[in-house]
Structures are given as structure tokens and as C-alpha cells.
Design a protein around this ligand. Structure first.
Ligand code: KIV
Length: 272
């Protein structure tokens, strides 16, 4: 597709709203997954703090550190040539003060070479977003069921179902746009609220569990590939079943080794 030729920058992504084509975003956590999603022509690759759960095995995103995020983001950077690379700022790295937020965001640009950072929260983080944008750091916002607020929500619960929640989401979206965010992830909110947000702001919305009206969609790559077997939120659609395939392949290897079938002539260097 001609309009998919990159490189894709934050302003390019922002300009995709209203273009008639949806924004495609996926997560990646290492060189190889970064390369796969980039070569499959996604527009945006997010090194999400979901890394904590998907790669590091924690039961929430809270424990992952800036150093760990940067370590993985540098690996993804080596695999991503065309898509916009976004680094997810982990819990505790931007909530303390505006200057701390700017300093940590700058690390993602300097050390990991990202094209933008993402932070969670609405009105409460707008001042930090404004300052980051002022000093040249493109920011993607993230509102709704923001996983870093898991403890406050009392679990992974859909947000914005009642009127107060809907208003808070709309106010957050407006504040982030006004502060200069170039796009917004909407996670875990009713479809009609996501539609209202999408229509009320001029920056693109990228949905995850937010229905079809958003300007784009994002999923965790390992969910899409069917690699996560014990956790499947309603919005996740598996396009492959890699966990099953991987286990079948590993079992086949074990069996062939036991049976003396592997390694055969084709896979050996033969005699001297
Ligand atoms: O960490 C993550 O993977 C995310 C996306 C699901 C939006 O924030």
C-alpha cells in the first residue's frame, strides 16, 4: 500500500486521523518481534509496559523499571526500521513531578532511540505532557482502563460505564490534546464513549477494548499470536495459536531425539 511507506513519525501518525485508513499498532519486546511487526507493516510499534506480564512473568505492569524498559526498547529499536517506535513509561517514572517525567522520557529518546513515549492518565498528567512536548518529546496519551491504576480500580475493570466515568474520560482526552499529545490510546471503555472521544478531539485515538470507532487499534502481539493461554480479555482475538504449535514442535523434537530420528544425515556434518 503506497500510503504505508515510512518512516512514520509522530506528526505522520497524527496526520492519519481522517485519512480513511486505520492506524495499526502492536507491541514488541525484543529485536525479533520488533522486526516481525515492522516487516508486516504496522504503523506503530509500542514497547509496552505489558512487558512486565508478557515477558517478565509478573502479575501486573507495576514492577517493571525504566532500566528494564530501556533495555528491551533498545533491542526492539534494532528491529524496527519504518514504523513509529513508542516507549511506554513505567509506573512511578513520571507521576512524581514534571521534571522527573521529562528526565525519564528523555532517557527513552537518548538511550533507546524511540520516536515518542506513552504515559497513562488524563488531567493529572497533562502538565507533564505539556512540558515534554515543549522540550521536543512527542507524547502518546493513554486513558480509560489504565493498567498502572489497577490497584485503584480494584482489578482490570472496564471504565467509563457511569456518567462520572464518561465525563472523566472526555475531560482527560481534551486535556491531553490541549497539552500537545499527538495521539491517544483508549483502553477498556464502552464503544459509545470511545466514539464520543474520537469525535471530540482532533488527534487520533487508538483503541484496545474500546470498540470499532477509534482511529486505530492496538493489541499485545503475544495475545494476537495466541501465545498467552491463561489470560484472555474479551477484546482479544487470537489470529494464531502459537503456544500450542510451539509445544507440539518441542514435543516432536523430544520424541525424535528419543527415537534416534534426529539428528539425521541432513542435519549432521558427517564424517571427517
Ligand atoms: O503496555 C501495553 O502493552 C499497552 C498497550 C496494551 C496499549 O499499554
Amino acid at each position: 500500500m503506497a500510503d504505508r511507506k515510512g518512516p512514520i513519525t509522530a506528526p505522520v501518525l497524527k496526520g492519519m486521523k481522517g485519512s480513511g485508513r486505520k492506524i495499526i499498532m502492536l507491541t514488541a519486546y525484543d529485536y525479533l518481534t520488533g522486526r516481525i511487526v515492522d516487516e508486516a507493516e504496522v504503523d506503530c510499534v509500542l514497547v509496552g509496559d505489558s512487558l512486565a506480564m508478557v515477558v517478565l512473568g509478573y502479575d501486573s505492569t507495576l514492577p517493571v523499571t525504566v532500566d528494564e524498559m530501556i533495555h528491551h526498547t533498545k533491542a526492539v529499536r534494532r528491529g524496527v526500521k519504518r514504523a513509529l517506535l513508542v516507549g511506554d513509561m513505567p509506573f512511578g517514572s513520571y507521576q512524581g513531578s514534571v521534571s522527573e517525567a521529562v528526565a525519564n522520557a528523555a532517557r527513552f529518546l537518548k538511550e533507546a532511540g524511540v520516536g515518542a513515549v506513552k504515559i497513562e492518565g488524563g488531567v493529572a498528567v497533562a502538565e507533564s505532557v505539556r512540558r515534554m512536548v515543549e522540550v521536543g518529546i512527542p507524547v502518546m496519551g493513554h486513558i480509560g482502563m489504565t493498567p498502572q491504576s489497577l490497584r485503584q480500580f480494584g482489578g482490570f475493570k472496564v471504565q467509563g460505564r457511569d456518567e462520572a466515568g464518561r465525563r472523566e474520560i472526555l475531560a482527560g482526552a481534551a486535556a491531553l490534546e490541549e497539552a500537545g499529545a499527538f495521539s491517544l490510546v483508549l483502553e477498556g471503555i464502552p464503544d459509545d464513549v470511545a466514539e464520543e472521544v474520537t469525535q471530540s478531539i482532533s488527534i487520533p485515538t487508538i483503541g484496545i477494548g474500546a470498540g470499532p470507532s477509534c482511529d486505530g487499534q492496538v493489541l499485545v502481539l503475544h495475545d494476537l499470536l495466541g501465545m498467552v493461554e491463561d489470560f484472555k480479555p474479551k477484546f482479544v482475538k487470537r489470529y494464531a495459536n502459537l503456544a500450542e504449535q510451539a509445544k507440539a514442535a518441542v514435543r516432536a523434537f523430544g520424541q525424535e531425539v528419543q527415537d534416534g530420528v534426529y539428528p539425521d544425515e541432513e542435519h549432521s556434518y558427517g564424517k571427517r
